[in-house]
Design a protein around this ligand. Structure first.
Ligand code: ZN
Length: 461
């Protein structure tokens, strides 16, 4: 696997040219890229050859001609999904089991795993051209604001990533891959990684030991924990920038973080991406997320997979990654709910912008009722972390990590009363909520979910 700076610059120049041409040029480029990918998938992926057997010729194909694809179906046929024949699933899984090989390529490709927040973890395969694309397109979408931000933050100190350390996740692996392929690109950004799974005291101590933390990259759930530690006076860092990803960042948390960290000159950057497509969107100087539409297609659809109008919240979103020719993601059901903005963005970008409302998979379902995890107030001044776990259709347990020297009984009593109140307000009087001695737990990739819905059959979280 080799990184070519020339090809990356090609993506940069091409990306600028497309953006300058406005909607017409963007849509033309997208269609050309789509037809090229469809042709490649038909030629070199046995699975897609079969799937597309009865469709029109590739040079006449339109997006809506193509069937929706889903993770479990694709993963079942992993080896024939890829357009290369040298990576059977067992070989990929063997590589992923070896934690020393995070960010190490297999032949000409890099392999990552998804966190499995929404079910079965997928194995993601990237070629060097995807890495070239990711860097080139990111720079093509930079405004002067972003260049200034990068310069300032580098001057102020180091970047620290807090993420799951027990797997080949893009959060800890992509930087390692880039450092291996082209060290200059990773230079100055630092590669300090703190494992999210360790006790909070230890994370706080590690952060406090670094004298100049300027930039912290992590999940919103970890940011919420850090904010609490900062409010309590235990965390001393004064970063200028947070970058979050992997979960939904709520407005409430944004406000709280701003209050707790007055040093945040550049606020919170929350670009939307996934392991399936790391460079899916960019966040502009007005804080909106824009799709890199020349290389990515994001379709907001309803439950019947039909498009919803701009301004309407979708049931899910279909992702097409035009820059990954090794593992075709074409109309892939990503499971997130999004809403495209109706009004153009004040930044002037011709690329469409959208909001993310979080994953369907995190909704709690009790009989016919679905509740957002955000309706529960799982905060208590004498607890460091609280987790609500659904153990059966109508049974929940509360897990609490107490603050130092707090008595457990009153904290449990108050939290359980507040949870039951939410259920009652939603007509769910028969739900039981009990206290648990277990500690709140992280997901495999180091995310912390305040609410863990019941694991449905077939899903591995
Ligand atoms: Zn914008």
């Amino acid at each position: 696997m080799r990184f070519s700076l020339t090809r990356s610059l090609g993506y940069l120049v091409g990306g600028l040219w497309t953006g300058w041409g406005g909607r017409k040029r963007i849509e033309a480029k997208q269609l050309r890229n789509l037809r090229r990918l469809v042709e490649k998938a038909r030629r070199d992926s046995p699975l897609f050859r079969m799937l597309y057997a009865d469709l029109p010729r590739s040079r006449e194909i339109k997006l809506r001609d193509l069937p929706v694809t889903r993770k479990p179906d694709l993963m079942r046929e992993f080896a024939s999904w890829l357009t290369i024949r040298s990576l059977p699933l067992e070989r990929a899984r063997g590589h992923l089991r070896d934690i020393r090989k995070v960010g190490v390529p297999i032949d000409d490709v890099a392999v990552f795993q998804t966190s499995g927040t929404s079910g079965e973890p997928a194995v993601i395969v990237l070629s060097s051209s995807f890495v070239e694309y990711a860097y080139g397109i990111m720079m093509a979408r930079f405004e002067p604001y972003h260049w200034k931000l990068i310069r300032d933050v580098r001057k102020l100190g180091v970047r620290v990533t807090i993420t799951g350390g027990h797997g080949h996740f893009a959060g800890n692996g992509f930087n390692k891959l880039v450092q291996r392929l082209y060290p200059v690109l990773a230079k100055g950004l630092g590669l300090t990684v703190i494992e999210a799974e360790q006790p909070i005291d230890r994370i706080v101590a590690r952060l406090n030991a670094i004298s100049n933390v300027a930039w912290v990259v992590t999940y919103p759930s970890m940011l919420s924990i850090l904010t609490k530690e900062k409010e309590a006076g235990r965390l001393q860092i004064a970063p200028a920038l947070f970058t979050t990803g992997g979960e939904t960042l709520t407005d409430d948390l944004r406000v709280r973080v701003g209050r707790a960290f007055p040093s945040l000159k550049y606020g919170i950057s929350d670009p939307y991406g996934s392991t399936e497509c790391l460079a899916l969107s960019f966040e502009c100087s007005h804080g909106r997320k824009h799709v890199n539409e020349d290389w990515v297609i994001l379709e907001a659809v309803d439950e019947a997979m039909q498009p919803v109008p701009d301004g309407t919240l979708s049931a899910t979103v279909l992702l097409t990654v035009l820059a990954n020719e090794v593992q075709p993601f074409i109309r892939y059901d990503l499971g997130d709910c999004v809403r495209f903005h109706e009004e153009p963005c004040p930044c002037g970008s011709p690329f469409r912008s959208f909001q993310v409302q979080g994953r369907q998979a995190t909704l709690v379902r009790i009989g016919e009722v679905a509740l957002s995890p955000l309706v529960f107030d799982l905060e208590h001044e004498r607890a460091r972390r609280i987790q609500l776990v659904q153990t059966s259709d109508k049974e929940f347990e509360v897990r609490i990590q107490l603050a130092d020297e707090a008595a457990a009984e009153p904290v449990f009593r108050e939290v359980i009363a507040s949870v039951k109140q939410v259920f009652r307000e939603n007509g769910l009087d028969e739900v039981t909520v009990r206290e648990s001695e277990a500690s709140p737990e992280f997901t495999a990739s180091g995310k912390f979910h305040h609410v863990l819905p019941l694991r449905r059959s077939g899903s591995v979280t």
